[in-house]
Design a binder for this molecule. Structure first.
Ligand code: ADE
Length: 391
């Protein structure tokens, strides 16, 4: 026996199946409960939102965890909690500051939805998140996963919380080849789990499944079946199907956008621009940028800038950022300008209406110090390769 194979430790805790009498789906799911809870009791990580599972903390952590790994979330979570300790603080947050406190996490609409939901919680529930799955799911940005996670973890309500981790674990246990990208597959799994989950232990049950998905039945690699409490009930382990299950239909091809990013410097300042209030990265700040990849001698025309204002131009490295539906393939230039270009009224010495790129023309760019940039303006991760070069 493999000395690291701990699955046998849980064998005594669950229904053992014989080849002649394979378990049905419901029985197989029911057989997970005891070993899952025993394993979670001994292996659960100590996490800030787990050790102090107030509804507000669980909510914020779950939204952050939708896009980022646990270890990476911890510092963002602590920073956010310090900035907005209570629902009331989030409801009254100033938008640029909220974006700054979300900076680095991406998916900025999630932060906007948090604020919108916090306002509803203030107005309709006196500042306390409702202890009801049906009420939680009505709040902006809260879908069935997050409502189930808050309901179960913060309030002990027996509702499932099926995220990507849980879809993977349950598909594997059941040997189910349904396409996990399909809403119907997720909805079916929610129903089946709701029917079997323990009514008095919903928090540990859901977190146990999430934890197995994160630590044992890992994404994108060989599952650590030797450490898995569900190994003896898992059809995928028994049949060696882990490369095929879960099945996920291929991504649609993303649109590729070629862009050029300009780090325009005047003395110790750098130019930034506020993006329009709708569309991708709405209302966030960015370095001026334009479609395509102009040559250096085209820069004055692209920036709508008198060539005499430009003191130096240096090419910057290429970078790529992948959004869910679009990829930006970027190149860049550092453009050092003189005081005529740094005019606060018409930056770049431009005539009004002759903007940088169309999207930049939605509101002119302006110069800020590096300290102001660091403290007050959220520049999305898409620009990270260039933000790092501002120094
Ligand atoms: N991923 C999503 N939700 C989580 C949670 N509550 N704990 C750990 N990882 C998670």
């Amino acid at each position: 026996m493999d000395i690291f194979d701990t699955a046998h430790l849980y064998d005594g805790l669950q229904v053992m199946e014989r080849e002649q009498a394979p378990l049905g789906r419901e029985e197989r799911l029911k057989a997970m409960e005891k070993p899952l809870l025993a394993w979670y009791g001994s292996r659960a990580r100590s996490l800030p939102w787990r050790d102090d599972p107030k509804p507000y903390r669980v909510w914020i952590s779950e939204i952050m965890l939708q896009q980022t790994r646990v270890e990476a979330v911890k510092p963002y979570f602590e920073r956010f909690m310090k900035a907005f300790p209570e629902v009331r603080d989030l409801a009254g947050a100033e938008d640029d500051y909220l974006m700054k406190m979300w900076e680095g996490l991406g998916y900025y609409n999630r932060a906007r939805n948090l604020k919108a939901a916090a306002r509803m919680v203030m107005e309709e529930y006196g500042g306390c998140l409702p202890a009801s799955f049906e009420e939680l799911i009505k709040l902006p940005g809260i879908g069935s996963y997050t409502a189930g996670a808050i309901a179960s973890i913060a309030f002990g309500i027996p509702m499932p919380a099926v995220d990507g981790n849980v879809l993977r674990v349950i598909s594997r246990v059941l040997g189910d080849r349904g396409d996990i990208r399909k809403a119907s597959v997720k909805a079916g799994m929610e129903q089946e789990l709701k029917a079997v989950m323990p009514s008095g232990d919903a928090s540990r049950y859901n977190q146990g499944l999430i934890e197995i998905g994160a630590l044992v039945c890992i994404p994108g690699g060989e599952p650590r079946c030797g450490e898995c409490p569900l190994a003896s009930v898992c059809l995928t382990r028994r049949n060696g199907w882990w490369k095929e299950i879960p099945y996920k239909s291929p991504n649609k091809a993303r649109k590729i956008e070629e862009r050029t990013v300009f780090i325009i410097e005047y003395q110790d300042k750098v130019a930034i621009h506020k993006r329009p209030m709708n569309g991708l990265l709405a209302g966030l700040y960015e370095f001026p940028n334009a479609c395509g990849h102009p040559d250096a001698d085209e820069i004055p025309a692209v920036l709508g800038m008198n060539p005499g204002c430009i003191k130096a131009v240096t090419p910057l490295p290429a970078a790529k950022h992948v959004f869910s539906h679009v990829e930006w393939h970027m190149t860049g230039y550092r453009v050092v300008v003189d005081e005529a270009a740094a005019d606060p009224v018409f930056p770049g010495g431009r005539e009004e209406g002759k903007g940088v790129a169309d999207e930049a023309a939605a509101g002119d760019w302006f110069f800020v110090s590096r300290e102001q940039l660091a403290s007050s303006y959220a520049i999305p991760n898409a620009f990270q390769a260039y933000t790092a070069l501002v120094g």
